[in-house]
Design a protein around this ligand. Sequence first.
Ligand code: R5P
Length: 311
Amino acid sequence: MTEDFIVFSGTANRPLAERVAGELGRPLGACRVERFSDGEVFVRLEESVRGREVFVVQPTSPPVNEHLVELLAFADACRRASAARVTAVVPYFGYSRSDKRQGERVAVGASMVADLLQTVGVDHVLTVDVHAAQVEGFFRVPFDNLSATALLAHSLRGRLPEGAVVVSPDAGRVTAASEFADCLGTEVVVLQKRRTSGTETEVTHIVGDVRDRACLIIDDMISTGGTIAKSVEALAQAGARPEFIVAATHGLFVGEARRKLSGGAIKEIVVTDTVAVDTEGWPGLRVVSVAPLVAAAVRSSFGEEEDLERR
Ligand code: R5P
């Protein structure tokens, strides 16, 4: 592997950046990230990047705008300091749910973020389970969307109750649910979800039989926890066994999510570390690391490994 690369971490998820750098066998690049008293972001690279490949690890998790601007500042600093190439490693890609105009006179957030990243000089984006794969189309630079399905499914092998089915909480996750079911050798059940407001959803139909079955509900992200809570409710009403396991790539857990999802019929929640998660006081929450997956993708961008497993 070429020696001439450097990995920096923004402030969004330093533990993950450390794990990725550890997998690659080197320390994180030295840098300073500060906030001025008016809230503006200041980033300084404390070592030379001239002519080097740079990887900046920064999920744009909440506070999304803060972390996004920090990432832009990193990329800008790298470009101005003559880096050979800048890869934004954005394990969780904020604004990815805004992938088309939903209503009149509204912005398309993911397109806006793509424009910003490319304008400041990002040459390559690495992400994990982006909410909408078509976000790639907003970029003119390479965009690699890694899949955490195998990792999550592997971590669940031998832990699922007998006869458990995989549940997709909406039509958007059917492909991922089928991949989980293939890995785990079981069937898929699909829920139809309807959004009743910006924060509320309801399940209108269940496609498949869940009577007396335990359920593994999968999703790309858990934000407020509303989707999972409503899914559990609907599945329980349809006669599912009160043994639910949840697997999602991104555990944002904003607002009342913890309260909604702790205890009760949910026996375990597994998420990855694309977003920094605090497991303290939540024994039912387990985190598996995407660091080996991301590090393999970094190596692969130097042409050292086979093509990435992509969605
Ligand atoms: C929606 O399409 C996504 O895949 C997730 O189901 C949703 O964003 C989760 O959000 P929340 O936890 O707030 O329901």
